[in-house]
Design a binder for this molecule. Sequence first.
Ligand SMILES: [Ca+2]
Length: 407
Amino acid sequence: MRKRDPLIRSLKYWLSISALVMWVSAGVELRADQTITVRSGNGSLGSQDSQVHALPYGTTGDITPTAAQFASAQTAPFAYVVAPYQTYIPTLPSDASARWIATTPNLSQGSALFAMPFQVTDSTITTASLDFHFAVDNAVNGVFINGNRISGNSFDGDYHTEFRFVRNDIAPLLIPNSTNWLYVNMSDYGALAALVFSATITTSNGGAGTQGISPNHGGNVGGVTVRVNGNGFQSGAQLKLTGIGADIVGTGTAVFNANILTSTLNLTGAPPGLRDVVVTNPDGTSNTLSEAFTVEQGGAPQTWVQVLGPARIRIVREGTFYIVYGNRGNVDALGVHLTLAFPSTLASGLGFGNEVGLVTSATVGPTTFVTVNLGRVAAGSSGQLPVFLTASPSQPPFTIQASVRGQ
Ligand SMILES: [Ca+2]
């Protein structure tokens, strides 16, 4: 069968970013062990924030914090919870509980480093994400976790609307089972200075000590690539489904370490029902997860794509957009091509290369098309591709379009 699924989402340049938060997908497979939301403005108006410290630099402009400044920000005085200036957005559309803060009650000008602690209770962190929403007078010049800058360009923002950074690669920045620090580095360019933010940090522990298969179901119309967590996996281990019907032996089985392997199960024509998952090592030892996988009748891949990015790019400043894609269906999608279209008048850079699939670029008339041949997109999986775009002062409002097709 062939299923074309050209889900098209477009991002209107001037649309509020709040309309775009629907991306949270059904594709995330690892169990979220901990979700932490921290925000500015903990306390009543005019009082000091009970959680967010503020270290003023004593000057305006773009300043990169030093290690000593990260350290001293942890014990700096608390920021003040302030009323927004009349030209500011009053609250964040994504989190009305977040309040504006400043280094003084009267929003004194000057760049500053804000620091707030948060507790990570996981002892093992396999994956972690940061979803950071903010507005600022005048710009966020980097978001940092424990003194390390998050990936990509985190220099953006303004006070007219909500901005957002999303990163799913922050696990290496976190300290397990410990107090961690989130830093927001504010650049002020004069007159007044203030910041409002809301950050959600989600951690997952899918590694050692847990057992499971993800996804734990698949349709009997194609292949399903699964990830198995367990213990004692040896190089050369094989995966199979046993139980009703003939055994189904996984192909392309890759053992990443003693705790994680991936394998593709061809379920075509398999009778529906519960199966046992068996991992067998070359030395004959094996491990069984009983009734851990369900073969479903029918189904199809369902690819999707979403553009995430700033509602507007500051003129002649680079804006980072994320093309987030995935497959919420119950079988792997094959031959998947993702196409991105934007005005050729924009300067562009791709934060990825052919490692995700052959990348081709072409300009047709006023539009640049970037196509990525993703090949197989596993059932239940998702991924993201960063794209950097820079607009000139004369750039009119524009639309970025992303589409995905496969079968
Ligand atoms: Ca200012």
